[in-house]
Design a protein around this ligand. Structure first.
Ligand code: COA
Length: 438
């Protein structure tokens, strides 16, 4: 179905059946048609996304570029709107798993999401004060002057309704070097990730903070624990939707809840459980040119916010027997600035996604994380992770064994059919196949 583009509004059908069975170039044509992607953006994917001249301007000592596959997760419906989700990732079964769970979710209307405003924190460390609580009181009394100083430079952000909105002070009475006072600037960064914005503000107000407190300012930097910039996703599925030829829907729902309980109580499991969530989130973050280290740092800090590292998701069964999954985490993503603006593939990926604000991007990305978690828990609680994962990993193994062209699918299918996905077995199969042809 072609995209309907009117006054910037766009309607896409993300249920692209049989996309998996097409060649990459045919898939791109199908996705381009569905999202009304222009020729220039299509060519970014056909010819390689990042010209060397651009790459050379992005980091230092550049010697080339490094490529990853980019796939499209299908079937996503979020708040009643369909999305085709670009995912840049090296791991097999991630895109398939997200698409599968999104297909199940759309039966019940898809994912419901929400988010806070795009608010970041900058931290200003103040030392050499013997009365940190008194310094705190002095800072809070001068709140308006500090906000005005922070907002003096970035007129564009203020014009968009953003800027420094508040000041917080955290006191640490006892640190290895004595008392420490940390002033936080609370900044609405609108559609930016915001690191540069808040770092500049923190540096700008540092002399004023020294004057007010009588202390010495050292660090002036954002916090990646973006606990004021949260995105949330929720999904609800009936047992009827969940059931497979092998398992009752109630059994699958219960298995997912039990698997989540394991991650809630045990940090060893929670680390792997949350890694599975990030399997969905990071590829979208990478594809859209955002800072995946910042997203990872925020997610894991949030998971440990109550003093013990735990699951980022919760899975429950409601009174009507439906499985309900929720995910909430910091999601500091931008649409402007950084690689999001400079990387042509990130720009094209954002056009495929069709989001119009950083908050919308954050919410869709969180829905993908929830879908990914559900896929892993569903597999783990039933047939085990290896069946689906190894079947798709088999193509990798076939390539490592030396398969080329059509040989790749033939060898992969044979490996998967016998649940024997090993390189030496792939080499044997290849030798037999080639001997048969000779
Ligand atoms: N390419 C793209 N999508 C695929 C796919 C592939 N090769 N294989 C499955 N899918 C998706 C599709 O959405 C498909 O439905 P659709 O084509 O109607 O849209 C849906 O999955 C179901 O397809 P099916 O062939 O019935 O899948 P399956 O039951 O064999 O499941 C997995 C395969 C991989 C999706 C499933 O085993 C899974 O989710 N495993 C967990 C994987 C995981 O968590 N990986 C993370 C790293 S370990």
């Amino acid at each position: 179905m072609a995209a309907n583009q009117e006054n910037g509004a766009r309607s896409v059908n993300s249920r692209l059946e049989n996309l998996r069975n097409l060649a990459p170039v045919e898939r791109l044509a199908r996705v381009a048609e569905a999202t009304a992607l222009g020729d220039a953006d299509r060519q970014v994917f056909e010819r390689g996304g990042l010209p060397l001249t651009l790459a050379n301007g992005m980091i230092e000592n550049v010697i080339g570029t490094f490529e990853l596959p980019i796939g499209i997760a299908t079937n996503f419906t979020v708040n009643g709107k369909d999305y085709l989700v670009p995912m840049a990732v090296e791991e097999p079964s991630v895109v398939a798993a997200a698409s599968y769970m999104a297909r199940l979710a759309r039966v019940g209307g898809g994912f419901i999401t929400s988010s806070t405003g795009p608010v970041m924190r900058a931290q200003i460390q103040v030392l050499n004060i013997t009365d940190p609580h008194g310094a705190r009181a002095r800072i809070l009394a001068e709140r308006d002057a500090i906000i005005a100083a922070a907002n003096a430079k970035d007129k564009v952000l203020i014009g968009l309704g953003g800027g420094c909105k508040d000041v917080e002070v955290h006191v640490f009475d006892d640190t290895p070097i004595g008392p420490m006072m940390i002033a936080h600037l609370i900044v609405d960064v609108r559609d930016a990730m915001g690191a540069n914005t808040v770092n500049t503000m923190a540096e700008t107000v540092a002399p004023l903070i020294e004057k007010i407190t009588g202390g010495v300012v050292r660090l002036r930097i954002l916090s990646n624990f973006a606990d004021l910039r949260l995105a949330r996703a929720m999904v609800r599925l009936s047992p009827e939707t969940l059931k497979t030829s092998e398992y009752e829907g109630e059994r699958i729902a219960r298995g997912i809840v039990e698997a989540c309980a394991f991650a809630i109580v045990d940090p060893y499991r929670a680390a792997t459980h949350n890694k599975g969530i990030m399997n969905g989130i990071d590829p979208v973050v990478v594809a859209t040119g955002n800072d995946w280290r910042a997203i990872e740092a925020g997610a894991h800090a949030w998971a440990a916010r109550n003093g013990r590292y735990t699951s980022l998701t919760k899975w429950e069964i409601d009174t009507s027997g439906h499985l309900v999954g929720t995910l909430e985490l910091p999601m500091a993503l931008g649409l402007v600035g950084g690689a999001t603006k400079t990387h042509p593939a990130a720009q094209a990926a954002l056009k495929i996604l069709g989001v119009t604000s950083a908050q919308e991007l954050a919410e869709v990305t969180t829905a993908v994380g929830l879908a990914q978690n559900m896929a892993a828990l569903r597999a783990l609680a039933t047939e085990g992770i290896q069946r689906g994962h190894m079947a798709l990993h088999a193509r990798n193994i076939a390539i490592v064994a030396g398969a080329v062209g059509d040989e790749i699918e033939t060898v992969a299918a044979e490996l998967a059919a016998h649940h024997d996905v090993r390189v030496d077995r792939a080499k044997e199969l290849l030798e037999t196949m080639r001997a048969g042809k000779a």
